[in-house]
Design a binder for this molecule. Structure first.
Ligand code: PLP
Length: 399
């Protein structure tokens, strides 16, 4: 067999996609699995957005390449949306339309890292960050903030991780996997620290509209305006408009960054699907009523799942303030017999596997997010499935 590159061999597979793939395969085989794995809203994409896509697809002018950076009307719409939602002005030439937020994550690290540079990743983190750093030749440096501090790192913890090789920090609030919402003071401290030490900040704001109890997402570019020349903001349609499958995201940065990254994207994927971009124009120019509705449902499920998790002996979960994930501490279920078969799991990976095999409940083990002894439950599933899965989890633990 011919060898593959070290680069592809060293990429860790996405745990979230792996769990979801296994759960989907079980479901296809006729096994009734409750899936808390995937981070996707269970709602359909709002009608007017779908209608805009249908109309766009029927118009043959939209069947060609667009500029790599994205359609001008979409970049203008994203600029207006940024002023509306983040509270500061940007120009359309500061926007690059990407194939999902995921491509924007990958390209951001490609844009700023040289081999040997360090990237600070607050932990728990979204699965893709460390792999994207490594694919850019960088070294991930993890700063862990536990449940005792609401999973929000302090500036002292971040500063302790800084070296003269630190080139960038990535932040994500509202957070996947913890649902934490970082206070404006934390963002202010991080922004000022980054300016003082000449460090890029990548801010992943994809869950900005998924917040509860009347809270609002603080945007670091608004909190620390002087940071903007060294700030790269990532966002997308997936979570706000229930459009995970449409693959539309974007990056906001200085024009010189956008120009540099568009060279890369020009060779990788070229532009994002024209029809999907036209759906995006309808989305960002339209109202936020669909996400308000989803938020209501998510909020109900958030309470239901956190209450249910905390009623299971040995499971502890703090109330998340944003996104649609509950990140539960399952340490007490490790190293001892659990379930009717008395399965002993040494790690949360093993526990998640046992829970899936024996109770037909799919959740993602904390290892995928750099946090052992935890499990992430996405509550973007129906109320009935949510309740049924929690009933199964509890019965399994209490058996
Ligand atoms: N960033 C975070 C924190 C996410 O959770 C996700 C999706 O799960 C993304 C970015 C990327 O989303 P997409 O590529 O679907 O736009």
């Amino acid at each position: 067999e011919l060898s593959l590159s070290n680069r592809v061999n060293e990429v860790a597979p996405s745990v979230t996609l792996a769990v979801d793939a296994k759960a989907k395969a079980m479901k296809a085989a006729g096994i009734d699995v409750i899936r808390y794995g995937a981070g996707e809203p269970d709602f359909p994409t709002p009608g007017p957005i779908v209608e805009a896509a249908i109309a766009a697809a029927k118009d043959s002018r939209n069947h060609r390449y667009t500029p790599t950076v994205g359609l001008p009307e979409f970049r203008e719409g994203i600029a207006r949306k940024t002023l509306r939602d983040s509270g500061y002005e940007i120009q359309p030439d500061q926007v690059l339309v990407t194939n999902g937020g995921k491509q924007a994550v990958y390209e951001s690290f490609q844009a700023v890292l040289n081999p040997g540079d360090e990237a600070i990743i607050p932990t728990p983190y979204w699965v893709t960050y460390p792999e994207a750093v490594k694919l850019a030749g960088g070294t991930p440096v993890f700063v862990t903030a536990g449940a005792d501090q609401d999973f929000v790192p302090t500036i002292e913890q971040i500063e302790a991780a800084r070296t003269d090789r630190t080139k960038v920090i990535i932040i994500n609030s509202p957070n996947n996997p913890t649902g934490s919402l970082w206070p404006a003071e934390t963002l202010k401290a991080i922004g000022e620290w980054a300016i003082e030490h000449g460090i890029w900040v990548i801010s992943d704001e994809i869950y900005e509209h998924v917040v509860y109890d009347g809270a609002t997402t603080a945007h670091i570019g608004a909190v620390v305006s002087e940071l903007r020349p060294q700030l790269i903001v990532l966002n997308g349609l997936a979570k706000t408009y229930a459009m995970t499958g449409w693959r539309v995201g974007w990056m906001i940065a200085e024009p010189r960054v956008i120009k540099a990254v568009s060279k890369l994207q020009g060779h990788m994927t070229g532009n994002v699907d024209d029809v999907a971009q036209r759906a995006g124009i309808a989305a960002v120019n339209g109202p936020l009523d669909a996400v308000a509705k989803m938020r209501e449902a998510f909020d109900r499920r958030r309470h239901a799942i956190v209450d249910a998790l905390n009623s299971i002996p040995g499971v502890h979960c703090i109330m998340p303030k944003g996104a649609f994930y509950a990140f539960a501490d399952v340490h007490e279920l490790l190293g001892r017999p659990v379930g009717p078969q008395g399965t002993v799991s040494a790690t949360s990976v093993e526990l998640a596997a046992a829970l899936l095999d024996e109770a037909k409940v799919a959740a993602v083990p904390g290892e995928g997010f750099g946090m052992l002894g935890y499990m992430r439950f996405s509550y973007a599933l129906s109320d009935d499935d949510l309740a049924e899965g929690m009933r199964r989890f509890k019965a399994w633990v209490e058996a």
